[in-house]
Write a protein that binds this ligand. Structure first.
Ligand SMILES: NC(=O)c1ccc[n+]([C@@H]2O[C@H](COP(=O)([O-])OP(=O)(O)OC[C@H]3O[C@@H](n4cnc5c(N)ncnc54)[C@H](OP(=O)(O)O)[C@@H]3O)[C@@H](O)[C@H]2O)c1
Length: 279
């Protein structure tokens, strides 16, 4: 039998252990309930947007707004929602100029949204029928791509700026494309003129917003060449079977970049890998 003196030792250790355990549990609970963030993602019903939505809304205490053309989309119904989190869907067609403002209004009046912390501009098109060089691209095709890929995000930003300004740390994060890079054009000798000129316009928008709104983070991201309808369609258009990067890998890398988005990076163009890209 151990003496009275030595039996105190395990008890003291147990007390210490319990105190440490309680402290750690408290800390973990605080971290678990830390988010409180509200995200809005356009084009969240499929592809990269759906992947971002699934990852973000699985976090605890996070509100994610899916801004989509079809709010009844079946893909939105099977998404797992984290503890204390909420998924809201709202109609937003990028080709309808009034939609973004109507969505911002509906979110405030019908869903009690008072701020948006992270506005993710993801929706976009690359029409496989318009994979062609400058000389053969119908003006209407270029106009259609600019309308949805650049002017859609413009209307989005304008409509949601008041809600972003209610956030203590507002971020406007845009999925653009290296195809829209003017400085890196030599690395992408592909005939995607209609798409490229629209993404170059979107890139200008992102950088200009950073200069005009010094308290807001505005960053453009290239997600990689991803196995979505768009990515695989583009791959087929240039004779490849599919795009090289999985949606899961692109989304995981993008989320890492989004979580690290801060004012010291505003106004930059960043790859999913974190590499800074030329405008
Ligand atoms: N995949 C790639 O390799 C790649 C590479 C570089 C950049 N990107 C960019 O990544 C973003 C997402 O592309 P993705 O690959 O995920 O493409 P995707 O699978 O084709 O999905 C496109 C998304 O945009 C939405 N969308 C299309 N037209 C719209 C409109 N008029 N109004 C509102 N939403 C509209 C679609 O909604 P519906 O279902 O209603 O059509 C869908 O949710 C795009 O901005 C794209 O340019 C992709």
């Amino acid at each position: 039998m151990p003496s009275t003196g030595s039996s105190k030792l395990p008890l003291t250790n147990l007390k210490k252990y319990l105190l440490k355990y309680l402290k750690l549990t408290k800390l973990r609970n605080r971290t678990m309930s830390a988010s409180g963030l509200t995200y809005l993602i356009t084009g969240a019903n499929r592809g990269i947007g759906l992947g971002l939505l699934q990852t973000l809304v699985a976090r605890p205490n996070t509100t994610v707004i899916a801004a989509v053309r079809d709010t009844a989309a079946s893909s939105l119904k099977s998404v797992s929602v984290g503890q204390g989190s909420k998924l809201i869907s709202v109609k937003l067609d990028a080709s309808v100029e009034a939609d973004a403002a109507a969505a911002a209004k509906e979110l405030q009046t019908s869903h009690g949204i008072t701020k948006v912390d992270v506005l993710i501009s993801n929706a976009g098109i690359l029409d496989p029928a318009n994979i062609s060089p400058v000389a053969q691209t119908p003006v209407a095709a270029a106009r259609k791509h600019i309308d949805i890929n650049a002017l859609g995000p413009l209307a989005l930003f304008q409509a949601f700026l008041p809600l972003l300004e209610k956030s203590s740390s507002p971020k406007f994060l845009s999925i653009t494309s290296s195809i829209g890079s003017i400085g890196g054009m030599e690395d992408f000798p592909v005939p995607f003129f209609a798409y490229g000129v629209s993404k170059a316009t979107q890139n200008y928008l992102v950088r200009k917003i950073a200069f005009e709104n010094p308290k807001l983070v505005s960053i453009a991201y290239n997600p990689g060449w991803v196995q979505t309808d768009m990515g695989n369609g583009a791959a087929n258009g240039v004779g490849m079977d599919s795009a090289p990067l999985s949606i899961e890998d692109s989304v995981a890398a993008l989320i890492t970049q989004f979580d690290a988005a801060s004012l010291d990076k505003t106004g930059s163009f960043i790859a999913h890998t974190g590499e800074v890209l030329p405008w």
